[in-house]
Ligand binder design. Structure first.
Ligand SMILES: [Zn+2]
Length: 144
């Protein structure tokens, strides 16, 4: 009994940046998080990942890619300089590169997306944060 891998495309508003997220999970089974940090609340971000899936960010216009680091400075949060959309984030760890997507940037918006669960990671140490992301985030084909 194999699950079918599906590809979900996303992108920023002006089209300079995009992503391709592959997962075998049904949309209704996605883990959708509303991180409560100031950055994610400011964007109203609703993120997801699948450790068994695959993720690739696409940079169609190199000068549009804004990487933003804050807090423990362990991940790049990826934004479009042209249109301001927050696409997702990437991290490089000893066990590989991983990422999350902002589900609000999925085009078209998938049906059946679960209501986001609030998440607060503010008390994590640097090593705890990296370990959580390596475990829960989606393997990246490459860093951008
Ligand atoms: Zn854009």
């Amino acid at each position: 009994m194999g699950s079918l891998l599906r590809t979900f495309e996303g992108g920023c508003h002006c089209g300079a940046l995009g992503f391709s997220f592959q997962t075998a999970l049904p949309v209704t089974g996605w883990s959708v998080r509303a991180c409560q940090c100031g950055f994610c609340r400011g964007h109203g971000a609703r993120t997801t990942s699948d450790p068994s899936g695959s993720l690739a960010f696409a940079v169609r216009q190199a000068d549009a890619l804004q990487r933003y680091r804050f807090g423990l400075m362990t991940a790049d949060f990826l934004l479009c300089r042209g249109c301001g959309i927050y696409l997702g984030a990437q991290i490089a760890t000893a066990s590989g590169a991983f990422g999350i997507i902002n589900t609000l940037a999925l085009l078209p918006p998938p049906e059946g997306l679960p209501v986001a669960a609030n998440a607060d990671y503010g008390s994590e140490s640097t090593s705890e944060r990296i370990a959580r992301r390596a475990q829960r985030w989606t393997p990246l084909t490459k860093l951008v």
